[in-house]
Ligand binder design. Structure first.
Ligand SMILES: Cc1ncc(COP(=O)(O)O)c(C=O)c1O
Length: 369
């Protein structure tokens, strides 16, 4: 069995989406002129109303309604209400904590994915290897009883930025092997809300499983810093000790509770996200030359384009910048991630900018209509 893994080396700097203030400074275009398509979160998030004054005054308290809302929203069905979770300051806080609570070992992380994962495992001196989707297929084809080459397998489902999505049945097969070998499966489900049929939450009580969820993406509430870690009770105790009290501020808890309970908004948001991302995919296919593109993939939150080379990626990134449109540039591959425009004004601006790019002719182009 041959795996095509490479050892992770931490970059000198981790980059993220967002950062309009910095880009405005660098380009001289004031922040108010920018449209930010760099983050990959729902641009029309849950509409936050004025908050009760008491939320600003009171210390965070458990069982204020948030725990109940989490049980209702995340439980696979009414009969199996999940109570095995801890509320964290975004999934980011769990991402930084997990490498500290497990003894040092070998960790597999996706070769492309949210860069904070490998960074923190490496920072806390685990041996980090980067796998491809093909490596996971190979794991399943290994002869029964073959020792697993890791202590922890980390999966981002669906992956940001590649959009790779693993089906529940595939993950369950992996979990069976991992359980048999006494290893650990961590699944980052930050972007899974619109495809919950692929969630492994129904297995989250298993002591070989940890699942991370976020209120930042589907609910578009990245600013409230609220996430949920699901796992077996023994790990929850350790995590709780590390985190201490008051992880999430009272105003954030209040907003999270209302958003999780708002099933009408959730149903509408699922449809809107799908339609909006399909519209984006179509426009990109129309305006970008297929000669320049290796792959164009859609998630419900963004489109992810792998260009044929770095020059094309950079040119398109900078051309969009001249129109005050910020998209996500990656440094480890010739990829751009383009988030969803928020309203018709932003669609118009994006379409105009893409049209201009086309006239620049980076390479000979054919317009696909
Ligand atoms: C895949 C993935 N997981 C987790 C996070 C962290 O999100 P948050 O801390 O807002 O929950 C991000 C942020 O971009 C992400 O892309």
């Amino acid at each position: 069995m041959t795996f095509t893994l490479t050892r992770y080396t931490a970059p000198s700097e981790l980059t993220h989406g967002g950062g309009i203030i910095e880009v405005a400074k660098a380009t001289g275009i004031p922040p108010k002129h920018w449209i930010d398509l760099s983050t990959g979160i729902n641009p029309n998030g849950w509409p936050v109303p004025a908050l009760p004054a008491s939320t600003w005054q009171r210390l965070p308290e458990s069982n204020d309604g948030l725990e109940q809302a989490i049980q209702q929203y995340y439980s696979p069905d009414i009969k199996s209400r999940l109570t095995n979770f801890i509320i964290t300051a975004g999934s980011q806080s769990a991402i930084q904590l997990l490498p500290q609570v497990f003894s040092k070992g070998t960790v597999w992380v996706p070769e492309e994915g949210y860069s904070e994962h490998p960074y923190w495992w490496d920072f806390f001196q685990h041996k980090v290897f980067l796998y491809s989707p093909n490596d996971l297929e190979q794991l399943l084809n290994q002869e029964k009883g073959t020792p697993l080459p890791f202590d922890t397998l980390l999966i981002i489902n669906p992956n940001n930025p590649t959009t790779q999505t693993y089906k529940k049945i595939f993950l369950e097969k992996l979990l069976n092997i991992i359980k048999a070998e006494g290893k650990r499966l961590i699944i980052d489900e930050a972007f899974l809300d619109t495809q919950s049929e692929h969630s492994l939450l129904s297995h989250s009580n298993n002591k070989h499983v940890v699942i991370l969820r976020s209120l930042g993406k589907f609910f578009g509430l990245a600013g409230i810093r609220c996430g949920v870690l699901f796992s077996h009770a023994s790990l929850l105790n350790t995590v709780q000790q590390h985190l201490g009290p008051w992880q999430v501020a009272t105003p954030s808890r209040w907003v999270a509770t209302q958003a999780l309970n708002d099933t009408k908004w959730q149903e509408e948001a699922k449809v809107t996200l799908k339609n909006t991302s399909c519209r984006l995919e179509k426009i990109l296919q129309q305006y970008l030359s297929s000669n320049d593109i290796t792959s164009l993939n859609r998630s419900d939150y963004f489109c992810s384009i792998l260009f044929s080379n770095i020059e094309i990626q950079q040119t398109i990134y900078h051309q969009l910048q001249t129109h005050a449109i910020l998209v996500r540039l990656f440094h480890n591959s010739p990829r751009l991630r383009i988030g969803l425009p928020k309203n018709e004004r932003e669609w118009e601006k994006l379409t105009l900018a893409l049209d201009k790019i086309q006239t620049i002719k980076i390479t000979p182009k054919t317009k696909h209509i």
